[in-house]
Design a protein around this ligand. Structure first.
Ligand code: ZN
Length: 243
């Protein structure tokens, strides 16, 4: 079965719609998993949550989702992120807030652990190098671990005590068979690797193959909605350059 891996959607509906369409055009998708930060930063949180519900997404909460429901304080956020959290709180109704409240910070699905940051600090820790990745893999029993949070697509493969980082090439498949692996699909709604295209990955659970993908979407449409909503304009500008 192929799993569509999404992370850091950040209320960017235009990007999310294109990603779901692109994934289904290129793969037979059986399930969709979202690795947190469904909302925050972007202009269409309610629309994104309803699209995700319509495709029966299996999701974990990210730090932005937790801040929106008041489970963590925005005191640890920068001013722009905090402003976006407050804006999001103002536009989500109780049904949507309850949906976010119902998200766990860690889940296991078909032998893969799902968290936003890392197993030991799901809301906060960034897996940015082999050391942190090795620790993260050490902290789970499953053969695979899906994370988001950094907004950078990457794979880490562990064989015995050896761990290696793989920089995925979009549209190229990578076999992780025989390894304990960590995958970050990159960010759907706010990529930060200087490629403004939406990032996602598809995990073939049976063959243990990961394919990272990039999909072009109407960045100007989302940027315009961010400005019209009165969200900090930096959040619009950064989408145009992918950082
Ligand atoms: Zn994020």
């Amino acid at each position: 079965m192929n799993v569509l891996l999404l992370s850091d959607i950040h209320s960017n509906l235009a990007a999310l719609e294109v990603v779901v369409e692109d994934a289904n055009a290129n793969f037979e998708i059986g399930e969709t998993w979202a690795l947190g930060d469904l909302v925050g930063y972007g202009p269409q949180p309610a629309e994104c949550l309803s699209l995700l519900k319509s495709i029966d997404v299996v999701a974990v909460a990210g730090n932005h989702d937790l801040a929106v429901i008041g489970a963590i304080s925005t005191a640890d956020f920068n001013d722009i992120a905090a402003a976006a959290v407050e804006w999001t709180q103002g536009v989500l109704d109780d049904v949507n807030l309850d949906h976010l409240r119902g998200l766990a910070t860690t889940r296991e699905r078909h032998g893969i652990t799902l968290v936003h940051g890392s197993p030991r600090a799901p809301a906060w820790e960034y897996v940015v190098d082999e050391g942190v990745a090795a620790q993260a893999l050490n902290d789970v029993e499953t053969v695979g671990l899906g994370v988001g949070h950094t907004h950078y697509p990457v794979i880490y493969e562990q064989r015995g005590r050896e761990i290696g980082q793989v920089q995925p090439v979009p549209s190229q498949s990578r076999s992780v068979a025989g390894t304990k692996f960590l995958v970050n699909p990159g960010s759907v709604g706010q990529p930060r690797d200087r490629d403004p295209r939406a990032s996602y990955a598809v995990l073939d659970l049976d063959e243990e193959i990961i394919t990272h993908m990039r999909a072009e979407y109407d960045v100007e449409l989302t940027a315009g909605k961010i400005r019209a909503a009165g969200l900090p304009t930096f959040l619009a500008d950064r989408l145009l350059v992918g950082m």
